[in-house]
Design a protein around this ligand. Structure first.
Ligand SMILES: [Zn+2]
Length: 273
């Protein structure tokens, strides 16, 4: 049995070290069940945690792209299949990113409003019965709440829009790759696609909070592994608190455009015989 949850958090590098959501030390958070794994049409899912924030159920799993023997596309499909069965309607993601925009600095936050998918992954849909319109791919309503909550926990710079370039990784990008992306994207990471397509396919909203942890190679200056480590361990509780407060404060009913951007496919002979 897959438990019901309106909200989900796909954990990234920002919360990995803090046993999300426990590292936030929030009295409104309680763990309901741990170690939940489900059989899906794409293989056995990774482990989920079900918890509640002031009575709102949330499903979460850790960074999921790097399991031995499971492709990144299949890992994502397993997770979003579970989200759909659980009735998830709003998904938050987070993670550390590099820069493609030379105006950005280490420890800037960005809440992107667009993406550029340079990954070469295929087969990243569930049944494919919908035409997915990727206008406004990241939910305006979730982004607004993320912005408000980030500002209440963080006094540095927060960018309310920007383009996230998705690369395949898990290595970082070369100077030539960063130079190519400059002017086309602001931040670079490996965790927004295919999640953004899968969220739309299951009729859910998605938005993400990204923390700059390194400069793109060839931009500004060489970055330090020490900075990366400090952020990874020291800033995780703050990022957890922002995510928790965002979920806590979202209005019950959605008033965004996301659900309307999923249309029935016109390719009926292929997908809906
Ligand atoms: Zn939305």
């Amino acid at each position: 049995m897959i438990p019901q949850a309106q909200f989900a958090v796909v954990g990234g590098s920002g919360t990995l070290s803090s046993d999300f959501p426990l590292g936030a030390n929030d009295s409104g958070v309680s763990i309901i069940e741990d170690g939940l794994q489900f059989e899906t049409p794409y293989g056995k899912s990774p482990s989920f945690r079900l918890f509640s924030i002031d009575g709102r159920n949330v499903l979460t799993c850790k960074m999921h792209g790097w399991r031995q023997g499971t492709s990144r596309a299949d890992a994502s499909r397993q997770i979003f299949w579970v989200f759909r069965e659980a009735g998830v309607k709003r998904i938050l993601t987070e993670g550390g990113v590099g820069t493609a925009n030379h105006l950005l600095d280490i420890r800037d936050f960005m809440i992107p409003d667009d993406y550029l998918d340079l990954s070469v992954r295929k087969d990243v849909e569930l049944e494919g019965r919908y035409l997915l319109v990727m206008r406004d791919p990241l939910c305006a309503e979730l982004r607004e709440e993320l912005l408000t909550r980030t500002a209440s926990h963080f006094s540095g710079r927060i960018f309310r829009r920007g383009t996230y370039a998705v690369t395949d990784g898990r290595h970082f990008e070369s100077p030539a790759e960063v130079a190519m992306l400059k002017g086309h994207a602001d931040i670079i990471g490996q965790s927004l696609c295919p999640e953004v397509y899968l969220a739309r396919e299951i009729g859910a909203c998605i938005a993400g909070l990204y923390f700059v942890v390194n400069y793109g190679e060839g931009l500004v200056k060489d970055w330090s592994h020490e900075d990366l480590k400090d952020i990874f361990y020291n800033d995780a509780p703050m990022i957890s608190r922002i995510i928790i407060d965002t979920i806590r404060n979202m209005k019950e009913e959605r008033s965004c455009e996301c659900a309307g951007l999923r249309k029935e496919t016109l390719l009926k002979g292929i997908y809906n015989p």
